[in-house]
Ligand binder design. Sequence first.
Ligand code: ATP
Length: 239
Amino acid sequence: MSEVNETEAGMVRPRLHIGLTGGIASGKSTVAAELSALGAIVVDADALSRAVVAPGSEGLRSVRESLGPAAIAADGSMDRAAVAKLVFADPEARALLNGIIHPLVRAEGRRLVSEAGPDAVVVQDVPLLVESGQAGAYDLVLVVEADPEERVERMVRDRGMTEDDARARIAAQATDEQRRAAADVLIVNDAGLEDLRRTTRRVWEHYVAPHLEGLTNGSNDGPDDGPDDGQTVRPMDGA
Ligand code: ATP
């Protein structure tokens, strides 16, 4: 595992830097909220990608310059629907937009991680962690996996998507196999929400707390064995 901030002069590394990922509507936010309740500082890539183009931001000014006034809604915010339409039809515009947003999100993420301080457990919720090849940047990669059919049902029921849109969103992301290959710990979200929260607490107990105790005892070795639960939490190779 590489040192996340090793090339960043002056950056403060957290005690444990966790990358959290999973396909769309797999349960990442639920796991992140529980990790936050346990004391982690959560840095949410989706929230950052909205914040860096908030009204009045340098990011939004760059978007306007690159994509034109059609990218801005009447209230001065980024017109997400218009921008989505623009970049869907035009790969060059997509590259321009990504070239603005991604560096700002990375910089803001680094700032928040550094600000969290040396004793923090930081969880970065990064939907496209595997797609963007970032797995090596974390001490521990947690992958949440859920049945694609369940995820489609949630997107249609709760987010007003059509079934075709929901399936297209899943198909555009990495596969479960690709995410598993990047995982240190796999959380299989195959029961209810309370089970998912309980599983997350077990992950903390078995994979996070020992690191914290180990460090105060002068050793940062993680546990050798996973939790006593073969069904919903699986340590992957190397965890
Ligand atoms: P996104 O990729 O869109 O950010 P996500 O991976 O963060 O989604 P969540 O927001 O945690 O996923 O979950 C998606 C929806 O599915 C939420 O409404 C959540 O409450 C629900 N959900 C997640 N897991 C379960 C479950 N085990 N049982 C019932 N509902 C669930």
